[in-house]
Structures are given as C-alpha cells and as structure tokens.
Design a protein around this ligand. Structure first.
Ligand SMILES: Cc1cc2nc3c(=O)[nH]c(=O)nc-3n(C[C@H](O)[C@H](O)[C@H](O)COP(=O)(O)OP(=O)(O)OC[C@H]3O[C@@H](n4cnc5c(N)ncnc54)[C@H](O)[C@@H]3O)c2cc1C
Length: 406
C-alpha cells in the first residue's frame, strides 16, 4: 500500500488528510506529523494574544478528525526531509519513509535581520507565543500598580500588515480588562503601530484601506508610517523616519510590551531540507510539487504560487492553504488510482476581510466591499466555514463564532 506522509496539521496539512481519508479509504497508509496534539486556527492567534479568547477556543485535538484505520498521528518535531532517499527525519522518532510527502509546516516570524528583534520583541506565530504575549501584558498591567511606570501601559506593534492591524483591534477591545488590572482608565492604555510603508493595507483598494485606518484611529490607536525600524533594544524601538538622512539620530519609542508582526517566512525545515526557496517558500510546479521532486508536495505558507501573468506569488493565507490541500488530495488520489491527474492548479480567491476587534471589520468578497458590523459577521462566517471544512460539525458547534448579535 502507498505511504503518504503529511507534515503539519495546520490548514494545509489537516485538510489534505481529511480529503485523502474520503477519497482513498483503505487504499493508502497516512502518517500525519505535528509537534502539537492539537490543530490551531492561526487566523485567530491575535485573539489569544490579546486574551479575548482562551487558546482552547481556537484549537481542537487532531485525533478528532482522524480515521485511525487509515491515519497514524506522530507527535514530533520534523528536522528535515531527504528527498533523494524519500525519508523524513524526526527529532525523537526513527526516520519515516514515504511514496508521497505533503510538506505543510507553515510559517515562522521573519525579523529581516533587524538587530535585537529576536531577543527584545514578542513574535505571534503559534499558540504558545500568543499565550506568552498575553501573559506578558498581564504582568505589565499588574506591575503598574507598583511601579507607576507609564511604559507598563504601552503596547507597541511592529508591522501594520494584516496581522498587526487585526492584533491592534483585538488589543483595543481588551483595554477595559487591562485597565482594571492596572488600576487606570482604559484611555490610559496606549496602543501604537509602527510600519515602514507609506500606504498601509495594500491588499485593499484605497477607499477600503482608508476606512480600515480610520477605524484604528477612532479606537485611538497611534499609527506611525514610513518608519524603518533599525533596532529593538529592551523596551525601546529605534527607527529612521521619513525624510531622515543617514547619520541622523534615530527616533526612539519606549514601551514594556513590543510585539513583532512585520512579516513571516516559510518553515526553516524548507532550508534544512535543501529546497530552493525565497523566504522559506518554494516555487511550486503546476501540480503543487517541488521542482525536480514530483513526489513532494509543497502546500500552504511554504509554497509560492504565481497568478497567471502575475509578477508576485499570491499572498500566503489560510484560504489558499485550504484550496491547495483540496487540489493535492485530488492529485494524490488520481496517482494512487492510476487515473489521469487533474489539470494544473488554479486559485480563485473568495476575497479578504480584516477584523478590527470583535464587532468591526472591512474587506471585499465576490467583488463587493463590506464595512463595519456586516463585515464583522462575514468574517466570522468565513472562519466558521474553515472550521467546518477541517473539523466538521463537531468542531464548528464547539468552537465556531456565533456571537453575531451585539
Ligand atoms: C493573526 C493572523 C491572522 C490571520 N488572518 C488570516 C485571515 O483572516 N485569512 C487568511 O486566509 N489567512 C490569515 N492568516 C494567515 C494564515 O493563518 C496562514 O496563511 C495559514 O495558517 C497557513 O496555513 P499552513 O497550513 O501553511 O500553516 P499553519 O497553519 O502555520 O500550520 C503549520 C502546522 O505545522 C506544525 N509545525 C510547524 N513546524 C513544525 C515542525 N518542525 N515539526 C512538526 N510540526 C511543525 C505547526 O504546529 C502547525 O500545526 C492570518 C495569520 C495570522 C498570524
């Protein structure tokens, strides 16, 4: 029987397993490897970092969706894939051999080599890091009762991409809770986003992006643009501002919480495995395999897929990760059954919606713009759809977002 190994139980990996279990019942042996026993909805990590949701609300046990007759779960850290020998090397288990490997190990924080960023700021790329951010904020708020240091009340977000914006909105919602812990009023909790770009939210048209930025401003979130961060020192961000020349003194902003959301790259296991990549993303073939290795699929945030006639790959999202997983399961099923492989992979985006807290959002879907409360409902529906696709009704009813009436 053919052996399929799936690395990573995120959107791309878990969806591949779910689909393979349907399409190839009794025809393949699947081994799923992840370092955690749970799947997490990475699109909700900011809710855990802010403390608005507990980790249990954005996770579910991987075994909930596995068919034990077809799939074995191995809990371990993947070290590398040897594509020539067709084996996966793990930290604590013996190497695993495969006929087909689905590489779906997701993303890590990208510091772009900026001095001190790794040591002095908090990344937010998985559940443990998000919980660490929340615990850190709580400690600062409690400390304020003793220290009266205003930096305890300041939260800086480095990077105003999709993730940074969603995090800022979630932190704004959490202000009253933080203020209570610190013994201050909510307006004393300062949130500040710092970003290098001139125009934020480039994935949206100008009108929608302006709407999003105004939402943040209404929530009294300070936004500094055209600020090229040069260094992170303990509790200080140093940046070069618009119009500054080389040698000018750097601008300094102090805060006892500095969160790093400037960008992500694909898993470092991509480089460990000797795959040609840019920022951890491998340029896929039309069947979503690695170049020169037709038995190794690169799916989700470790993959780069070019739009037809496009110059830059599609942005990495949960949406494209799920879509790629659907395709990969079809392709593997066709190869195992010995029938014609599907035509080249094509991606059709369903749109993008960004939340700014629990009741506000903006975005576009099916060619229409959505703003405010209706957009917030749409965002929760999108998240429920992804939960349903991965975990079925059980996880949807247990973890879905049905808080639609405010
Ligand atoms: C705050 C935030 C908000 C976002 N919002 C949206 C949104 O609204 N819409 C959208 O489409 N996208 C959104 N994204 C992007 C989206 O979350 C990612 O594109 C998506 O998670 C990628 O899916 P993946 O399956 O490739 O990887 P992941 O979801 O990261 O899954 C990777 C899996 O691999 C496991 N793993 C990693 N390394 C190892 C290892 N070495 N050994 C063993 N296991 C390992 C991890 O435990 C994890 O289970 C958001 C991201 C963030 C951080």
């Amino acid at each position: 029987m053919k052996k399929v190994i799936v690395l990573g139980a995120g959107y791309a990996g878990l969806k591949t397993v779910v689909e393979l279990q349907k399409k190839l019942r009794g025809q393949v042996e699947i081994t799923l490897v992840d370092e955690n026993p749970y799947h997490y909805e990475a699109t909700d990590l900011h809710e855990v970092a802010s403390g608005n949701l507990p980790a249990s609300k954005i996770t579910f046990p991987i075994t909930d969706v596995l068919n034990p007759e077809m799939t074995t779960l191995v809990l371990d850290h993947v070290e590398k894939v040897d594509q020539d020998k067709k084996i996966v090397e793990l930290r604590d288990h013996k190497p695993l051999s495969y006929d087909y490997c689905v590489f779906a190990l997701g993303f890590v924080s990208e510091t772009f080599g900026i001095k001190g960023a790794e040591e002095n700021s908090l990344p937010m790329t998985n559940v443990k890091e998000s919980e660490a951010i929340h615990n850190h904020i709580i400690t600062q708020m409690k400390d304020y009762q003793e220290t009266k240091n205003p930096n305890d009340l300041k939260l800086i977000i480095c990077g105003a991409g999709f993730t940074g914006i969603e995090l800022a909105g979630a932190l704004a919602d959490a202000r009253p809770r933080y203020a209570k812990l610190a013994g201050v009023t909510p307006d004393q909790i300062k949130i500040h986003i710092i970003d290098a770009s001139k125009r934020l939210l480039p994935m949206f048209n100008e009108k929608l992006a302006d709407y999003g930025i105004n939402l943040l401003k209404k929530l009294e979130i300070e936004i500094t643009t055209e600020a090229r961060i040069q260094e992170i020192q303990p509790d200080t961000v140093l940046y070069q501002g618009a119009g500054d020349s080389e040698g000018d003194p750097l601008h300094k902003v102090e805060a006892n919480t500095i969160i790093w959301t400037t960008g992500v790259s694909g898993s470092p296991v991509v480089a460990e495995s000797g795959l040609q990549a840019r920022r951890g993303r491998v340029m896929d073939t039309e069947h979503l395999t690695a170049p020169d290795h037709d038995d190794m699929y690169m799916v989700g945030d470790v993959a780069a897929v070019m739009p037809p006639n496009g110059k830059r790959p599609y942005p990495t999202t949960a949406q494209i990760a799920l879509s790629m997983a659907n395709y990969v399961a079809k392709d593997i099923a066709a190869r195992v059954k010995g029938i014609a492989r599907p035509a080249a992979y094509v991606y059709k985006s369903l749109g993008t919606v960004a939340s700014v807290g629990n009741t506000r959002a903006f975005g576009e879907a099916s060619g229409h713009s959505f703003k405010g409360y209706p957009a917030s409902v749409l965002k929760k529906m999108i998240m429920n759809k992804s939960l349903m696709e991965l975990g079925g009704f059980k996880e949807l009813f247990a973890k879905g977002r049905f808080d639609l009436y405010h």
